[in-house]
Ligand binder design. Structure first.
Ligand SMILES: Nc1ncnc2c1ncn2[C@@H]1O[C@H](COP(=O)(O)OP(=O)(O)OP(=O)(O)O)[C@@H](O)[C@H]1O
Length: 376
């Protein structure tokens, strides 16, 4: 029953998207990874948030593209002609954070530069400051950060001059800030100051529809100067099913690494499954876990496998092989077909995995900076 409800919700979402016609994004401007409902939803939200000046808090696992999203929101905002300044809190001690963010005057500490230095807040004036891994900010520094955000002015270390700053603040974290608050390692007042417009970057396992598309983009980037490179859809033909069934805990960063590895060890032949690491070999999909996403993944994986082995599979045999009710398989196939993932042929070929619709996205490799297309 739960599966049915989830599938119905998914197909309703699809109908909504179709009826709205997605007219706000001309098809040739679609980012290369605009396939999954999850990322479409995130980008729609991001587009709306870009026009506001309120603080944004980007949540999501490591490697999901939070920094890219922050940069893209800036690019789509009225501040786009101003600077975008990024700082990673995880890598810095309290003292370093203070001097880097607020700046310092000459002679204010040993090693201070002659003439002093403007801090990152000053450098981001009229633009956006991106505070990455904000959950790692040391507690004493959080008080100072809160004051700057409230007063919209900074004073350099060792200085007396008050410097007004006009910046949009975007923060990101892969940690659960509420848990950190409960443990008294993150300030609640700072949390409410930052969490005005929250947005979540989906994990790659929740946007499996985008995996092959991203993989092909990364492959194209690696191979663009290689003369004997084979087309990207051919390249992944033997391993596509493993990509669908793996959970990608390192998200897009891990996918990037895997493609780089494959291209290095097998530059001009489609890599075989045995070239993948043990982890990627895992075929375990939890059919009863997250509902429709798992069913879609399971179905896609099974069709991809049959296609690899050149055995034909149809709706009935799929339902029997997966021990799923035929009605569930039918709904999932309809949805996957409407989304362009599969083709349902009448003849002996049965169900086929579609090639990613590259034409939709153009072949501009610069569009790998996908979110910058938020500006359209
Ligand atoms: N849509 C995309 N297209 C191409 N590459 C992407 C995309 N999204 C993310 N990446 C790449 O994935 C990697 C991780 O992205 P990013 O650093 O933005 O993630 P993050 O969530 O900020 O990670 P962390 O939490 O570890 O800082 C980067 O190399 C980035 O270029």
């Amino acid at each position: 029953m739960r599966i049915r409800l989830l599938l119905r919700r998914l197909s309703n979402e699809h109908v909504d998207q179709q009826s709205q016609g997605q007219q706000d994004i001309p098809s040739h401007h679609k980012p290369p990874y605009l396939h999954s409902q999850e990322i479409k939803h995130t980008l729609e939200l991001a587009r709306k948030m870009a026009v506001s000046d309120a603080p944004i808090l980007i949540l999501g696992e490591s490697g999901t593209g939070k920094e890219l999203l922050a940069q893209s929101i800036h690019n789509a905002s009225p501040r786009k002609s101003g600077p975008f300044v990024a700082v990673n809190f995880a890598a810095m001690t309290e003292n370093l954070l203070e001097s880097e963010l607020f700046g310092y005057e000459e002679g204010s500490f040993t090693g201070a530069r002659k003439g002093g230095s403007a801090g990152l807040f000053e450098q981001a004036h009229k633009g956006t400051i991106f505070l990455d891994e904000v959950g790692d900010a040391p507690l004493p520094f959080q008080v100072k950060l809160l004051r700057v955000l409230q007063e919209k002015q900074v004073r350099r270390i060792g200085g007396s001059r008050i410097i007004p700053i006009d910046v949009r603040v975007i923060t990101a974290t892969n940690r659960d800030l509420k848990k950190l608050i409960a443990k008294n390692i993150f300030r609640q007042d700072l949390y409410y100051r930052l969490n005005v417009l929250p947005i979540k970057m989906p994990s790659l396992k929740d946007r499996k529809a985008d995996i092959l598309l991203l993989a092909e983009k990364f492959y194209d980037v690696h191979c663009r100067r290689q003369e004997n490179a084979i087309p990207s859809d051919m390249y992944f033909r033997l391993i596509a099913s493993h990509f669908f069934s793996y959970d990608w805990p390192g998200n897009i960063r891990e996918l990037q690494n895997v493609i780089e590895y494959l291209v290095t060890i097998s530059p001009s032949h489609p890599p075989s499954p045995d070239m993948l690491s043990e982890e990627l070999h895992s075929d375990t999909i939890n059919v009863h876990g997250n509902g429709c996403h798992d069913i879609h993944s399971l179905i896609l994986t099974t069709i991809a496998k049959c296609n690899e082995q050149e055995t034909s599979i149809g709706r009935r045999s799929l339902a029997a092989a997966l021990a799923l009710p035929e009605s569930v398989v039918r709904k999932s196939l309809t949805c996957l077909q409407q989304e362009g993932f599969i083709q349902v042929t009448k003849g002996r070929k049965g169900l086929l995995i579609s090639k990613p619709q590259k034409a939709l996205f153009g072949d501009d490799l610069a569009s790998l900076d996908a979110c910058s297309e938020l500006t359209t």
